[in-house]
Design a protein around this ligand. Structure first.
Ligand code: CAA
Length: 287
């Protein structure tokens, strides 16, 4: 199958990443079916897409008529069975292997045999996800970055059994979405998170050791390295629960202390301080 055969894209999960992926696919002209587990999460996800598109119109990145056309191409659902109508499905559920495996096994049962199954995982094994399907050659990693409509990178992850044809479809999709591709082998964290996660965890260690305040650490990185966000602002932006899932998955595989989550991170997640999305993380956010 090539990208020309893709009419309808399915997106599993309408959280921060799923909503962004659904948005860029609809803006690129695909019909999109996006699924959440309950009405409340689906409504929040669809509201997030609409607000993001409205911001794009406000910033002159999208014509108002194009926004309405793209919005008209998106359909929300609570039923996995609706993915039977999709040619390409991108999974963006929680960063937890048992949950993702369950989703992939279900997608394999529901989706047509030609359909490609992609995961937006930021650290987990594509080969392992492919192993629960009867089509491991059509299973691939499409790692998008938050905010998806703004970040220009697509990290494509190739499992041991991923076919060249599936990689070619990924490259064509990236071109259609106006993203630049980098290719990574199936190793925890791929390229970006292999480097990003130890850096973020080290920032927490620096804070815990009392070397500097989080505000000064953020300022140092923003002004000293020209990063758009310092590490604490970025962790709140990514979500502390997501960061913890990724760190745990990487530690599980490498057993390297660089990937071991500092106690403060685990306590904050236990307290429900998840970053921007919960109103409190390292910083506090207005509702
Ligand atoms: N659609 C299209 N374009 C949009 C948009 C939307 N919804 N919202 C904003 N934009 C555009 C703006 O028009 C602007 O474009 P120009 O530069 O051409 O004017 C640009 O995006 C920046 O927007 P803003 O001015 O509103 O915002 P900002 O300058 O404060 O930047 C930011 C916001 C892009 C988030 C920036 O702070 C940033 O890049 N932060 C770092 C983000 C990052 O590192 N993300 C990766 C996280 S890691 C991850 O996702 C993966 C993982 O596995 C953990």
């Amino acid at each position: 199958m090539t990208l020309q055969d893709v009419r309808t894209v399915g997106v599993v999960g309408c959280g921060l990443m799923g909503s962004g992926i659904a948005e860029v696919c609809a803006r690129a002209g695909f019909q999109v079916i996006v699924r959440e587990v309950n009405e409340d999460l689906l409504r929040k996800g669809l509201d997030r897409i609409r607000a993001s598109m409205a911001k794009a119109v406000e910033r002159g990145k999208l014509a108002a008529a194009e926004m309405e056309a793209a919005w008209g191409r998106i359909r929300g659902t609570l039923r996995m069975e609706d993915f039977a109508a999709c040619d390409l499905i991108i999974e963006a559920v929680v960063e937890d292997m048992p949950t993702k495996k369950q989703v992939f096994a279900e997608l394999d049962r529901i989706c047509p045999p030609h359909a490609v199954l992609a995961s937006n995982t930021s650290s987990l094994s594509i080969t392992e996800l492919g192993s629960v399907t009867r089509r491991p050659e059509k299973v691939i990693g499409f790692h998008f970055f938050n905010p998806v409509p703004v970040m220009p990178l697509l990290e494509i992850v190739i499992g041991l059994q991923t076919a060249e044809e599936t990689v070619a479809l990924g490259r064509a999709l990236a071109e259609r979405l106006n993203k630049t591709v980098v290719i990574s082998k199936d190793r925890p964290g791929f390229i970006v998170n292999r480097l990003l996660i130890p850096y973020l965890l080290d920032a927490i260690r620096l804070l815990e050791e009392g070397v500097a305040t989080m505000e000064d650490i953020d300022t140092a990185i923003r002004l000293g390295l020209n990063h758009p966000m310092g590490p604490f602002t970025l962790m709140d932006f990514v979500g502390l629960d997501t960061l913890l899932f990724i760190a745990d998955a990487m530690f599980e595989e490498f057993k390297d202390p660089r990937y071991a989550a500092p106690p403060l991170l685990r306590r904050m997640v236990a307290a429900g301080w998840l970053g921007r999305k919960s109103g409190k993380g390292f910083y506090t956010y207005a509702a």
